[in-house]
Design a protein around this ligand. Structure first.
Ligand SMILES: Cc1cc2nc3c(=O)[nH]c(=O)nc-3n(C[C@H](O)[C@H](O)[C@H](O)COP(=O)(O)O)c2cc1C
Ligand SMILES: Nc1ncnc2c1ncn2[C@@H]1O[C@H](COP(=O)(O)OP(=O)(O)O)[C@@H](O)[C@H]1O
Length: 309
């Protein structure tokens, strides 16, 4: 078991099964709607340790591996965000071919009841599961009642713009609205990643940047952002970041996140940083010279400092 996040491996599940109150779903982003499901679970079972049953990889990645990456949270970011909501145990079921072909009946009886020994389950009203998503909440209700297991079906959380969802938050980030995404997530969206080596041009421009691959994260709107950075060890710093393909110097390459941390000098290579996008300053552009790029980065840094001031 991973102590830090209380995440349990599928293979250990039977051994560690207990009288479990769990919420089930993909929980990508761990947004306010997800928090509502966890809250309903807590209300249904006050005082019980709360668990989440989820899937890795996200089923969409399994069924459509050719699609571009789209996650709001990687598995470890999701564990952390769930833990912050008071979840004690996260069970990540490997989403494999064999697992995807389990019938809804097999999933309830063999996995939820047989292996995980759940005593109460909470899910959103649109939860569907089992081979070809054949199982829905009314099926779940019938089966769980027959097993003496409680069920909380949580209505879809809505705000003035309609139902809150991971895909709505993805669109806000892709359109360059990190503040609006934050209202729906309940926190600013962040990317965690290990600092990699780049082309060593940043320091020549006077703006060294810690480069982080987007990995399986969604690509937000390409451009410049005011960011908050949590260094390894927890120190909080502020900075300016670019997300994109750096068309001035590097057209066509993979998109990445590059952060210049204000008033910092030191080596960040190999460190895991958490970078929170707070505010979009401008779109990424192709400049006609490095000089022009440098002038613009200088202005971006001033804009980001003004934002943080
Ligand atoms: C605040 C900021 C804004 C940037 N804006 C652009 C941009 O609009 N267009 C572009 O091609 N590159 C942009 N860049 C990326 C730079 O080209 C890149 O950071 C620089 O070449 C250093 O790359 P390196 O870390 O691989 O050495 C920006 C970088 C920063 C830090
Ligand atoms: N203020 C800073 N912000 C970001 N990285 C910094 C800073 N000061 C020093 N560094 C270090 O410099 C490296 C970036 O320098 P840069 O010339 O852009 O090289 P690279 O192309 O390898 O990213 C970072 O990975 C980090 O180790």
């Amino acid at each position: 078991m991973d102590q830090a996040c209380m995440c349990q491996k599928w293979q250990d599940m039977e051994v560690s099964a207990f009288n479990m109150a769990a919420a089930i779903g993909n929980f990508d982003g761990v947004h306010l709607g997800h928090a509502h499901v966890i809250r309903m679970l807590r209300n249904a079972r006050p005082g019980s340790p709360l668990s989440v049953i989820t899937f890795t990889p996200h089923p969409r990645m399994f069924f459509r591996p050719q699609d571009p990456p789209f996650l709001l949270t990687t598995a470890s970011e999701r564990r952390q965000a769930l833990q912050n909501l008071g979840v004690k145990h996260v069970f990540e079921i490997p989403f494999t071919r064999a697992f995807s072909s389990l019938s809804a009946h097999e999933f309830v009886h063999q996995v939820l009841y047989g292996k995980l020994k759940i005593s109460h389950l909470a899910c959103g009203e649109d939860f569907a599961f089992g081979h070809r998503r054949e199982g829905d909440v009314s099926f779940l209700e019938r089966e769980l009642v027959s097993l003496g297991v409680g069920l909380s079906v949580v209505p879809i959380f809505k705000d003035k713009n309609g139902p809150l969802s991971s895909s709505r938050i993805r669109r806000l980030l892709q359109d360059g609205y990190p503040e609006r995404a934050a209202e729906e997530l309940g926190r600013f969206w962040s990317i965690s990643g290990v600092v990699a080596h780049g082309d060593k041009r940043g320091r020549q421009l006077g703006f060294p940047t810690a480069n982080i691959a987007l990995g399986s994260h969604i690509e937000p709107a390409r451009g410049v952002y005011a960011v908050r950075v949590v260094l390894e060890g927890g120190r909080v710093e502020y900075g300016v970041a670019n997300i994109g393909r750096r068309p001035t110097i590097n057209d066509g390459q993979e998109s990445r996140l590059e952060v210049n941390v204000f008033d910092f000098s030191g080596d960040l290579y190999g460190q895991t940083l958490q970078v929170f996008l707070h505010h979009m300053i401008r779109e990424e552009r192709r400049f006609s010279s490095l000089e022009e790029l440098k002038d613009n980065i200088t202005r971006d840094a001033e804009a980001a400092r003004a934002y943080w001031a």
